[in-house]
Write a protein that binds this ligand. Structure first.
Ligand SMILES: Cc1cc2nc3c(=O)[nH]c(=O)nc-3n(C[C@H](O)[C@H](O)[C@H](O)COP(=O)(O)OP(=O)(O)OC[C@H]3O[C@@H](n4cnc5c(N)ncnc54)[C@H](O)[C@@H]3O)c2cc1C
Length: 611
């Protein structure tokens, strides 16, 4: 066994899943020297995540992979619904019944409000097809020699707060068996929770081992068994679910979707102490039972197990190490937020690491990563756990209980079909229970409205706006900590989202054409921090104009005001109007946001001066 120094990247990324690969791309595009190590020889072949929400697609656009992802996604009319069934097929009622459906992920009546809220549409690509796209992009941006699959992190030293100028990681080349030392300033733990938190002794809080979910990824011909094409996910509520859902069927394409999908993921729920869950014949029998097709031909590609849990790390930074994605929080998939939150974690972290490594910010800026992201992870985990309960509400409305026999369960479902007052009451209750699941499938406020109350920002004392339904109704706002709302602007005859005005490095000051020269002078006068502030002007005679007036409505400040926006497009600071104090306030805010000590030695670099 040999151990010798291999190289010294600025950032070592542990894990080649969505979090790690996205981190590599986002840092690589900024010119940061990264090394990524992934334990497995190739990207995961398990179906796992597939729902990619609009914030994630905005980030994928920045990463240069959005077009490929949309190409892999189903046509819009082939996936924007979710359904609940008793079983998929069956010779007689109550088998083969559709209990109800809901529009999902920006489909049907939600289409317009989702489209208005972001320049990007939702996408749906199984992770086994997404991860290779991310890997190829990471290799193109960072160089294949810096994206090392079949290499694993085995130790971190020192692993505490006192890390001085960096840390030393031990990486094993699993092909040769040789160990290498990697000296690095920072480590992004994107290991899915399999390594770094344990090495660092960071504990996770929350329920674990709720269920053992078994996923069969298989080629199945269901074209004669399904009569609609719009449903992507089908939940099965029957006595096997013991008071909740018995399992889920998810179309996986590729190329053909709806009833003609070639591949499917069939998820069934087992108790964690049920030894039968490791018996493939039992698992396949459970799948066939759930679908109500005893003789179904199944061409199995893979069988995998995953734990139904909802846990959050007590901290997301320890010295030079940052926990991201599943290493920091693990969600049940009900809500489709695991991968999305993972990508959004590293988007928050990448610009901060770049700013610190290029001397635009101090190391203290990196503390804001956990301050900002941990509450989001915690909220999303709780929300996904709550979503899981939505299916139990449907089961309860049907009269299904964990302690009843199978026969009693089917009798309870039969009553739902009965032409009696009791049957009618049950149908109303089931319909209401299904409708309440819109908190999961129309959760636009969760997906786009996440924001930070403290961190790398200057609060302005205003309360966070909230819609009637705080999970579904996204309220665009420029309140500090929130994401810059999307509005289409005009640039030389073409439409461009206001998001595109935000520079990937430095801070961006959005101002109105009426007061552009004052703000440009303010940036100049407020100099001395060493940080770059880009001025972007919107309005009459400027490069970007607001022909619809939408920007004037949503910007939340008057024509003399300004918004200071971070590279991750979250608002850092805003002022409602112009005053002579603004240059000093701007300077102080830049220092606060980037954790810099004010000094008066040099002017702020300024780009794109006001027109
Ligand atoms: C059935 C199912 C459906 C889901 N659906 C959705 C969905 O629709 N939307 C959504 O957002 N999320 C969904 N998720 C969750 C999503 O899959 C995860 O949240 C996501 O994969 C997390 O990405 P990650 O990069 O943090 O971790 P992972 O994808 O787990 O990647 C971690 C990587 O680190 C590697 N690794 C671990 N230890 C080491 C080491 N010591 N050295 C080197 N490499 C190491 C592992 O091999 C692995 O490749 C779903 C999950 C499941 C199971």
């Amino acid at each position: 066994m040999s151990s010798h120094p291999r190289r010294a990247p600025d950032v070592l990324i542990v894990g080649g899943g969505p979090a790690g690969l996205s981190a590599a791309v986002l840092l690589g595009l900024r010119g940061v020297d990264v090394l990524l190590v992934e334990r497995h020889p190739a990207a995961s072949t398990l179906p796992r995540a597939h729902l990619l929400n609009q914030r994630t697609m905005e980030i994928f656009t920045e990463m240069g992979v959005a077009d490929i992802v949309y190409d892999l996604s189903p046509p819009e009319d082939r996936w924007h619904k979710v359904a609940w069934h008793t079983t998929l097929a069956g010779t007689s009622a109550p088998f083969g019944q559709v209990l109800g459906t809901l529009p999902a992920w920006g489909g049907g009546p939600d289409a317009e409000r989702y489209a208005r809220a972001s320049p990007c549409l939702y996408a749906n690509v199984p992770q086994l097809r997404l991860d290779p796209v991310l890997r190829a992009r990471a290799e193109a941006v960072c160089g294949p020699e810096n994206i090392l699959f079949h290499h694993e992190l085995t130790a971190l030293s020192p692993s505490g707060e006192d890390y001085g100028e960096g840390t030393v990681a031990t990486v094993r080349d699993r092909g040769s068996g040789r160990f290498h030392e990697v000296h690095t300033r920072y480590v992004i733990a994107a290991d899915g929770g399999r390594t770094c938190a344990d090495l660092l002794g960071i504990e996770m809080d929350g329920p674990t081992g709720l269920l053992d979910m078994v996923t069969v990824h298989a080629g199945i011909d269901l074209s004669e068994r399904i009569s609609d094409d719009e449903v992507l996910l089908r939940y099965f509520i029957n006595p096997d679910g013991r008071g909740s859902f018995a399992g889920v069927l998810c179309a996986m394409g590729p190329g053909r979707w709806g009833r003609n999908s070639v591949e499917w993921a069939v998820h069934t729920a087992f108790r964690t102490d049920d030894p039968a869950r490791h018996d493939r014949a039992v698992v396949l029998d459970r799948c066939r039972r759930m679908l109500g097709i005893p003789d179904l031909e199944v061409e199995v590609h893979a069988v995998s197990h995953w734990e139904f849990e909802g846990v959050v790390a007590r901290r997301q930074r320890l010295g030079p190490v940052f926990l991201t994605g599943n290493a920091a929080h693990r969600h049940p998939p009900t809500g489709g937020l695991g991968l999305n939150t993972a990508v959004q974690d590293v988007h928050n972290l990448a610009w901060k690491l770049d700013a610190v490594l290029t001397g635009q910010a101090s190391d203290a800026l990196l503390d804001s990563y956990g301050t900002e992201r941990r509450p989001v992870g915690e909220f999303n985990v709780q929300h996904c756990l709550t979503n899981a309960g939505g299916h139990a509400r449907i089961a309860a409305a049907l009269g299904l209980r964990a302690d009843q026999s199978e026969k009693e369960g089917w009798e309870a479902i039969t009553e739902w079909l009965a032409d009696t007052p009791e049957g009618e009451t049950k149908r109303v209750a089931v319909a209401e229970a299904i409708a309440s699941n819109a908190d999961d499938f129309s959760q636009l406020a969760v997906e786009l409205g996440y924001h930070y109350e403290s961190g790398a920002l200057v609060p302005d004392g205003t309360p966070a706006p909230e819609g009637n339904n705080p999970l579904r109704d996204y309220v665009p706002t420029t309140r500090p900590g929130h994401h810059l709302p999307h509005v289409w602007l005009n640039r030389g005859g073409s439409r461009e989202s206001v998001h595109q005005l935000i520079a990937p490095r430095g801070l961006t000051l959005l101002v109105d054409a009426e007061h552009a020269s004052q703000w440009a002078a303010a940036v100049q006068a407020a100099g001395g921090t060493g940080a770059t502030v880009h001025v972007r002007v919107i309005g009459s005679g400027a490069e970007w104009t607001d022909p619809t007036g939408d920007w004037a409505v949503v910007r939340g400040v008057d024509s003399g005001g300004a918004l200071l926006v971070r590279p991750d497009r979250h608002i850092a600071w805003r002022v409602p109007d112009w005053s002579d104090d603004r240059p000093a306030e701007l300077r102080q805010s830049v220092c606060l946001v980037l954790s810099l000590q004010p000094s008066h030695t040099q002017p702020l670099p300024m780009t794109s001066p006001a027109t």
